[in-house]
Design a protein around this ligand. Structure first.
Ligand SMILES: N[C@@H](CCC(=O)N[C@@H](CS)C(=O)NCC(=O)O)C(=O)O
Length: 240
């Protein structure tokens, strides 16, 4: 049975981490809210009192009768089922740990343009956003990405992937983070990336994987925009 992915229809957002894993796995899925009446189905699940394990927010994945939420949790599930995670416990925990660290970075990237509240418009928190961006660009992006550079280095001199010798969902997610940060902060990323050859190498490798390349060229890949997590505001990319 095809999976059903429930996520907002007009943004990559956190749903994109799940889309990438499903695409790489070649797993059939419906991106429900992008189809006719799909938003009604999504809202119905969020509001239902009959769902055994109710999701707090999208993304969530319907697999048969199960509904699974939280991006890292969904990926753990897909990873185990579709060979995108190590089989042994140590390896599985390590990949999950990496994914949770990526989730921390994603949350910080979001909070740069919404530092006061997700409930306010960007235009109502621009001053605070500029302050947040200055620190995010100068300190936080380098700290996170240098960490992933070191993880790649520690995995072996010629390592392609973050964990062991095989691709995992964390590799796909790191690719997505680099793409997102490049879109949001092109100027700052040019500077930062110069010191991250392994992270850039992993990003390039993922782009060239046949299923991912096909996906990226398709209309299933929603372009980045200013409603998602990674938003390009010139004033934030230039914050100093
Ligand atoms: N930790 C959750 C966060 C989920 C989340 O924040 N989803 C956003 C879209 S990316 C949302 O719709 N949030 C609604 C809300 O927080 O009220 C995850 O990783 O899946």
């Amino acid at each position: 049975m095809p999976y059903e992915l429930y996520y907002w229809p007009d943004i990559q957002g956190r749903g994109e981490f799940v889309r990438l894993a499903l695409e790489e796995a070649g797993a059939p899925y419906a991106d429900v809210a992008r189809k006719k009446s799909g938003m009604i189905k999504l809202e119905r699940i969020l509001e239902s009192e009959r769902v055994k394990h109710p999701p707090f927010a999208p993304p969530f994945l319907k697999a048969g009768s199960r509904i699974i939420a939280q991006t890292a949790n969904i990926l753990q599930f897909i990873g185990a089922r579709h060979g995108l995670a190590p089989k042994n416990e140590e390896g599985r925990l390590w990949v999950h740990q990496l994914q949770l660290t990526i989730a921390d970075l994603v949350a910080e990237a979001h909070d740069v343009h919404h530092p006061v509240s997700a409930g306010l418009y960007y235009k109502d928190q621009k001053r605070e956003a500029k302050r947040a961006a200055k620190h995010f660009l100068a300190e936080r992006i380098p700290k996170f990405l240098t960490y992933f550079e070191a993880v790649l280095m520690r995995n072996g001199r010629n390592a392609t992937y973050l964990a062991g010798a095989r691709l995992s969902y964390a590799d796909l997610s790191l690719f997505q983070v680099v793409e997102g940060l490049r879109y949001a902060f092109p100027r700052a990323m040019r500077r930062t990336e110069a010191k991250l050859p392994r992270v850039v190498g992993l990003r390039n490798h993922i782009t060239a994987r046949p299923r991912i390349a096909t996906y990226l060229a398709s209309d299933r890949r929603i372009p980045f925009n200013e409603n998602g997590i990674f938003r390009h505001y010139l004033e934030l990319d230039r914050a100093r």
